[in-house]
Design a protein around this ligand. Structure first.
Ligand SMILES: Nc1ncnc2c1ncn2[C@@H]1O[C@H](COP(=O)(O)OP(=O)(O)O)[C@@H](O)[C@H]1O
Ligand SMILES: [Mg+2]
Length: 599
């Protein structure tokens, strides 16, 4: 129960719904009781008058009495119908308040979790898998909703019904009440057990379903590979296996599921049986009337649902509590992305890496091993090196996606962490190595996060950026131009086109500091040289860090660092490095030869 305390703030926020809900629950139960009493009165009346009616046999007055009699019974029928209608109306309001409240809470809780997700640092996402994160915000939240709505509603219902009805019963006859109530606790307990088994089996079905879904999803996204390798039958066999497991688990569930209603019916029947038997005895003794038996049978039927719900509610609360505990683990995650100091970002002279060391995990391998370099304002620094040498890591450190393990990154002598992260990121633009585009229009992908309100001439700016990234004409060639949808909903782009759109996204921001991580790798040499010549304008007056594994992309830089195994092995301008005849010069010769062979 403890984890569910997290929801207290929401119950407080929506307490009006709670109060109204309680009122409606009580009212609907009251109007459920009146018909039972009307039935008793009608029953007793029939019984009493039957004697009189028989006595009048042969007299004309008997027929008159019959008519009156029928009229009164009809009147009772109308009353009972009326009460039940009113009860129905209140039940409608009860759901309208309590279930609606749970939807509000669900909405708020989802927002709370999503906000937290956005705040959490990248390291958090490395530790947790996507499926888990998704489950928290969808499955777990909906289990909590079952608690905050239906479970509360049924508990209120149970309490008010039980109090009202047991009170009514006791006012008739205490011993009789006791007998009638005996089977009900058994009903609660057995429903609870059956329900626990059902939940356990549903969970195993759920997990099998998710592995089945993942399997199918992969078979779609990997369809090219599957077809190219002629592996259809292997996939089919594996799918069959997964599917079979899913079926088996469903069969197991069906077994307990079909126990649920018969069990309920059995116990309710038992209650009715006892009512009739013990009631008959009491009537013979004269302690209650026939009408009371009819009344009690209705009461017992009214009580069975709340008592069934008790077993059910208990398991809902348990599940909700487990779910909320998992949600709380995330919400209470201490490690929020370090927002940095309070300083507004300012940059006049230089960015300096001072003996920076970094590893992705504690005591892990050093991916940056004592990096020392300075990037002067307005200049271009290039990093080149083989895959895995730690180039992207430098970009991650500079964009503050990760913090350094030791050493420091200084901006004009000030530690980079002293600046507020928000203000810092306003001044940098980063093109990551692995391009990510949203399932949205090309325009929105480039203008990502910028709006017409803030920048009135955004249309022009987007086009200008696309021109610089040599993708403008490509986009114009699409029938819908910049409004073309990409991704799942729209067309798919080539790797090079994606990279260029991603590049345009950075350029449109007109950033002071530009960080490009191998953003031309999938682009052909002709387009590359076109972009590189555009860069002369783009880079003008900007501070740029350009990362590449191709010499062609870095040779124009003011300073080039050659990295290997997390360390800088050579540095200088293109001319200096060529003169040095070291690793850089060798790489240049090699790539020149490859280009020559291609063309
Ligand atoms: N998120 C990560 N978690 C753990 N190790 C990583 C991560 N990213 C990169 N690495 C490791 O760090 C090393 C440097 O990677 P990276 O900076 O991407 O090199 P490059 O960009 O030069 O190819 C590699 O050995 C890689 O396996
Ligand atoms: Mg890289």
């Amino acid at each position: 129960m403890k984890p569910l305390r997290h929801l207290t703030k929401y119950f407080r926020k929506y307490q009006a719904y709670l109060w109204w809900g309680f009122l409606f629950v009580t009212l609907s139960n009251l109007f459920g009781i009146f018909p039972a009493q009307a039935v008793r009165v009608a029953f007793d009346m029939v019984q009493d008058n039957m004697v009189l009616y028989k006595c009048l046999n042969g007299f004309t007055i008997q027929e008159d009495m019959y008519d009156i009699f029928i009229g009164v019974l009809f009147f009772f029928a109308i009353i009972i119908l009326g009460f039940n209608l009113i009860k129905g109306v209140f039940m409608y309001f009860m759901r309208q308040t309590l279930v609606v409240m749970s939807r509000h809470i669900e909405f708020d809780l989802k927002n709370e979790i999503f906000t937290k997700y956005q705040e959490l640092p990248l390291a958090f996402y490395r530790r947790n898998n996507t499926g888990d994160l998704m489950a928290r915000i969808s499955e777990d939240v909906s289990r909590v909703r079952m608690y905050s709505g239906p479970a509360i509603m049924y508990s209120m219902n149970l309490i008010t019904t039980a109090i009202l009805i047991i009170w009514m019963m006791l006012s008739v006859n205490a011993v009789f009440t006791f007998y009638v109530l005996i089977p009900l606790p058994f009903l609660s307990v057995s429903i609870y057990y059956v329900n626990s088994i059902i939940n356990k089996r549903s969970d195993s079905i759920q997990s099998q379903l998710s592995s089945l879904t993942t399997f199918v999803q992969e078979s779609f996204s990997g369809i090219r590979v599957i077809k190219a390798y002629g592996a259809e039958h292997v996939m089919l066999r594996d799918f069959d296996g997964e599917s079979e497991k899913y079926k088996q688990r469903n069969m197991l569930l069906a077994k307990v599921d079909s126990l649920f209603f018969p069990l309920m019916m059995l116990l309710i029947g038992l209650s009715t049986l006892i009512t009739v038997y013990a009631g008959g005895m009491a009537v013979i003794k004269g302690s209650i009337s026939m009408g009371n038996i009819a009344e009690f049978i209705i009461y017992v039927n009214m009580l069975t649902w709340p008592f069934t719900a008790l077993g059910w509610v208990t398991s809902i609360v348990q599940r909700a509590s487990a779910s909320q505990r998992r949600i709380n683990e995330f919400l209470q995650e201490k490690e929020s992305a370090d927002a940095g100091g309070a300083k507004t970002f300012e940059f006049r002279r230089e960015i300096a890496f001072k003996d920076v060391k970094f590893s992705y995990s504690k005591n892990g391998r050093l991916v940056a091993n004592g990096l020392d370099f300075t990037l002067k304002k307005g200049q271009t620094l290039a990093i080149i090196g083989p895959t895995g040498s730690g180039k992207s890591t430098v970009a991650s450190l500079l964009t503050r996606l990760y913090g350094v393990s030791s050493g420091a990154i200084l901006i004009d002598g000030e530690n980079i962490d002293a600046f507020s992260l928000y203000s810092y990121r306003q001044h940098i633009a980063f093109v990551p190595q692995d391009v990510f585009l949203f399932s949205d229009t090309i325009f929105n992908n480039i203008a990502f996060g910028l709006s017409h309100e803030k920048i009135p001439d955004i249309d022009l700016k987007v086009k200008e950026a696309a021109r610089m990234a040599a993708v403008h004409t490509t986009i114009e060639d699409f029938t819908k131009g910049y409004q073309t949808e990409i991704g799942e909903r729209g067309i798919s782009l080539s790797g090079g086109q994606k990279q260029r759109i991603s590049l345009a996204r950075a350029l449109v921001r007109d950033p002071e500091i530009l960080i490009l991580d191998d953003c031309l790798s999938a682009i052909d040499t002709v387009t590359e040289s076109q972009i590189l010549s555009n860069f002369k304008t783009v880079f003008n007056g900007r501070t740029v860090l350009i990362i590449s594994h191709r010499v062609s992309a870095v040779q124009g830089a003011d300073q080039i660092l050659m990295m290997e195994d997390g360390a800088i092995v050579e540095r200088g301008t293109h001319a200096e490095l060529m003169a040095g005849k070291g690793a850089y010069a060798a790489l240049y010769q090699k790539q020149l030869k490859e280009e020559g062979r291609k063309s």
